[in-house]
Design a protein around this ligand. Sequence first.
Ligand code: ADP
Length: 189
Amino acid sequence: MLNIALFGPPGSGKGTQSKKLIEKYNLAYISTGDMLRAEIAEDSELGKRVKSVMDAGELVSDELIVQILEKKIKNLTDAEGILFDGFPRNLVQAYILKGLLCKLNTELTAMISLEVPEEELMERMLKRAELEGRSDDNPETIKNRFRQYESKTRPVSGFYREMNRCYPVDGMGRVEDIFQRVSDVIDSL
Ligand code: ADP
């Protein structure tokens, strides 16, 4: 199996690249952010619990993340691997992912990290706020999402670096060019 975790700060282009990658490599797509937004849209019990947390730009509890992941993992189709977008987001989740893949008799092939300078990130996020109207894309929440990223999520890249599984990719430039760089990394695995 080809199991990839796409990593990077808010606004680094994970969602955009994910859509292209799952098609090219026939991967199942697991985006914890999309799954949480779907729960909110359905107004489920879980959705009610996570909305205020997401709107504040905080991380949802690991326990709830495990709950939604388990739902999804059960109905994996005959894809050739899994692409994780927005997960793992802290070190506990990195261990959770390890266990989850172990249950499926497999492991993480690579963590691909999209590298984008912070000034560019803020600009992209504010533009997206205008276009998509996501309730967590306002300046106050965005600032907190960056803070959460720096304190809790960034250390995850060190975890994979130590295992020689972390591949940084320049996330600046045209979407197509970034996609080519990511594809080159995957093809070299
Ligand atoms: P972005 O990467 O642009 O911040 P996401 O859609 O991945 O967007 O995540 C949006 C929000 O969903 C996060 O700020 C957080 O509140 C919640 N979230 C998503 N994935 C996780 C996760 N793995 N653990 C905890 N919270 C998460």
